[in-house]
Design a protein around this ligand. Sequence first.
Ligand code: HEM
Length: 416
Amino acid sequence: MNEAPLARLDAARFFSDPGGTVAALYAQHGPVFRTRLPNGSFVYVLVGPEANRVVLGTDRGKFSNELGWQRIQRAGEVFGRGLTFLDGAEHALHRKLMAPHFRIDRAWDARPVVERVVEQETAGWVNGQVLDLFESFYRITFCVAAEFFLGITDHGQIEELIRQFRILEPLGTVGLRREQRLAAEKDAIARLRELLHPLLQLRRTEPVGDLLSHMASARDPQGRWLLDDDALHAEANQMLLAGHLSTSSLLAWLAYLLLRHPGYLARIGEDDVLRRVMLEAERLYPPVGHLPRVTVEDVEVAGCVIPKGSFVACSAVGGHRIPGIFAEPERFDPERFAPPREEHLKTPYALVGFSAGPRQCLGIHFAKAQIEIVVRTLFSRFRMELVDGREVVCRYQPLATPVGGVRVRVARRDED
Ligand code: HEM
């Protein structure tokens, strides 16, 4: 077995076009290469279906999610160890407990909640108003997650949760000095616990049928709570975090692409058309650009050895730009997903915006249904145009973020 080739990654180029940069290195070095991080250590970058299959499918037990995500951000420390952070038996137990609520046949259960939340969020929009859709999507998806997964309907309480989450998310404390940032985070973590603790205890004794109740009231064969208070807190945070961050990112990029391609926007009433544009948004702007992992033993990928303890970035955004898999990958072309081309189905593990394999995103069906409902509801009530004709830049911060937001001018259709 060979050592993985060493690639020079141009940081500036990578930040402005991560997908294109990684795909170019793939063309040069193949599906596995190493590059040096600013601190001198290596990251092994894995790109494309062959590598994805190893990390997410056949050899997934050799890669730790928890150690990987800890390297990216302190989310485990801040929000606790929710499902994304767990490995092995602990992961299997939590996933089995939560999975029934995320079945495909339940994906549309949230429709009334989503429609009502969109109604509330847009009630004050007036003709000619300029607003940032990304910001609105953040609020909409947060409110839906709080109500649908945790059963929180009190508006004041949701606003308070949003305030704390904004502090704890990576951009919340930008500009603050380190000690100020740590103090702000410490306060927010304490406040979050204070807000959620009574609710979690209530759901243990008086379950109401939502996901939180299901997790809170589950017992082991000896009659003890299956999840202790810390684990329950972490999963409640995970539901709020996973429930809004990536969904608002994909929604923003989908809305942006539709606004730039009015021919498609005019046809979103057709299920297949909206789904194809959503797949294209997932391909071009996967909210989670790189899936972080750490190897827990030596692993072989495409003839290269990745030693135990290595930091690995499984590049969704790079793999989505490989020309042999996706024709003319820089081009917006939703028809690539229509029969007979169906480029995403020709090669397993090619499209991985929601990951793939047994640990694929648990919320995939729910998220896709929610996105369809939000987009259709919004565009049926409002005409919108992008305020700025320029292309919106995508930065991974750490999720795919539209720099400056997606600014639109809105007009109510009922006043046309
Ligand atoms: C557009 C929206 C979404 C995208 C693109 C997305 C993407 C992803 C990705 C890439 C992963 C894999 C992370 C990894 O293995 O390192 C993941 C995991 C996960 N997602 Fe999502 N997600 C979305 C929405 C949601 C929603 C709405 C929920 C619901 C709460 C959710 C819950 C989860 C959970 C619980 C996991 C961990 C699964 C496991 O490790 O077994 N996601 N998601």
